[in-house]
Design a protein around this ligand. Structure first.
Ligand code: UT7
Length: 337
């Protein structure tokens, strides 16, 4: 792979409205104590009425472009990870293209569930191999609460909405007006994987072509997210740890070479279990799951953006991303800031 693929600017957006655990207790039979102990989540953000996934993706993209000092017209490709885009057609990427005022870009959506952002970095690496002059916007956005079963206490307490974006190019960029989200991170390596045998552990199949609705049908539980939490938990810990070890080995690194771990923010216990198995110092692990819950593919760019903005990630640091989601899918990347 080319040794000059850079993530240039980091953008994220979370809706204003917050649902605290306290408010959750008015929706389902739960408690702040249960949610915090089992998941680490204290609150989650949720879209306002009429606010769409592409609205959030647009807000995150504008911040990423500003941070990279890049005009949207320079973009050659826009790729959006999402399982909760505005609709089936048109895709979210073309909506973004239109709003950003770009032309002649490739623009497509893809679904790798929670692993989607790092999958996008992997796809972008492929684009850069075919043409190093590409300037790619990788966006991940999710209105998970549009597929949340608010009667199911085992899942509804877990999810939130948000979006994140980065620009990928073959150069380090120094914007005339840097923002707190500016920064250049060289992509040292990326791996992605999947195992379809675990597909039934995390589903929302209602309305798809395998389970189509007819006019007038009543939407049932099958439309909403179902998860076998215990099994997904085990799958997540095993495969996030595994892919991080494989990637470090491939690049000749040990855990001591990693300055910051940015894991998928689904559950604090998963994050801690992965950290323990990787034997990374807990102070190197970036965590914001308490503020956002599980935002699926948006969770990594939300965390990465906050880590850059807050100075948790500093120039010179080596950062490992790792994620896991329905499918099952998982992925990891190592970046050098
Ligand atoms: O992004 C994709 C990755 N997905 C994930 O990371 C999720 C992975 N899984 C998990 O994080 C955990 O499995 C959960 C947080 C979803 C659940 O934690 P758990 O420790 O596996 O709990 P459980 O499902 O085994 O449930 C334990 C008990 C049950 O009661 P009984 O049967 O023991 O009486 C549940 O009914 O907790 C009960 N329970 C709740 N109680 C209060 C389940 N949900 C709730 C709730 N409030 N919200």
């Amino acid at each position: 792979m080319p040794d000059n693929i850079y993530l240039n600017g980091f953008g994220y957006y979370a809706p204003e409205r917050i649902i605290t655990n306290e408010e959750m207790t008015t929706i389902v039979d739960t408690s702040d104590e249960w949610i915090v102990t089992r998941t680490g989540i204290k609150e989650r953000h949720i879209v306002a009425p009429g606010e769409t996934c592409s609205d959030m993706a647009y807000a995150a993209s504008v911040k990423a472009l500003e941070a990279a000092g890049m005009d949207a017209t320079e973009l050659t490709a826009i790729m959006c990870a999402t399982i909760t885009g505005d609709g089936v057609v048109p895709n979210m990427a073309t909506k973004l293209q239109h709003r950003l005022g770009t032309k002649n870009t490739i623009a497509f959506d893809y679904n790798a569930a929670c692993a989607g952002f790092v999958y996008g970095v992997h796809i972008a690496q492929g684009f850069m191999c075919t043409d190093p002059s590409h300037k790619i916007l990788v966006v991940a956005g999710e209105v998970l609460t549009s597929r949340t079963n608010w009667d199911d206490r085992t899942t509804c307490v877990l999810f939130g909405d948000g979006a994140g974006a980065v620009v990928i190019s073959n150069e380090q960029r120094t914007p005339a007006k840097p923002t707190a989200l500016s920064g250049n991170a060289m992509l040292e390596g990326v791996l992605s994987s999947a195992d379809g045998t675990g597909g039934d552990l995390l589903t929302a199949y209602g309305g798809g072509s395998a389970h189509p609705y007819k006019k007038g049908d009543v939407v049932g539980d099958e439309f909403f997210l179902y998860m076998n939490g215990r099994e997904v938990y085990k799958y997540a810990v095993r495969n996030m740890t595994g892919i991080c070890n494989t990637l470090m080995e491939k690049l000749g690194y040990t855990i001591d070479d990693i300055d910051v771990l940015v894991p998928h923010q689904a559950n604090l216990r998963i994050i801690e279990a992965v950290g323990d198995r990787l034997k990374i110092d807990p102070s190197k692990v970036f965590i914001n799951v308490h503020k956002y819950g599980n935002t699926s593919c948006a969770s990594i760019p939300l965390a990465l953006g906050e880590a850059v903005e807050s100075g948790f990630i500093k120039p010179g640091m080596r950062v490992m991303l790792c994620t896991f989601g329905g499918g099952m899918t998982w992925s990891a990347a190592i970046l050098k800031f």
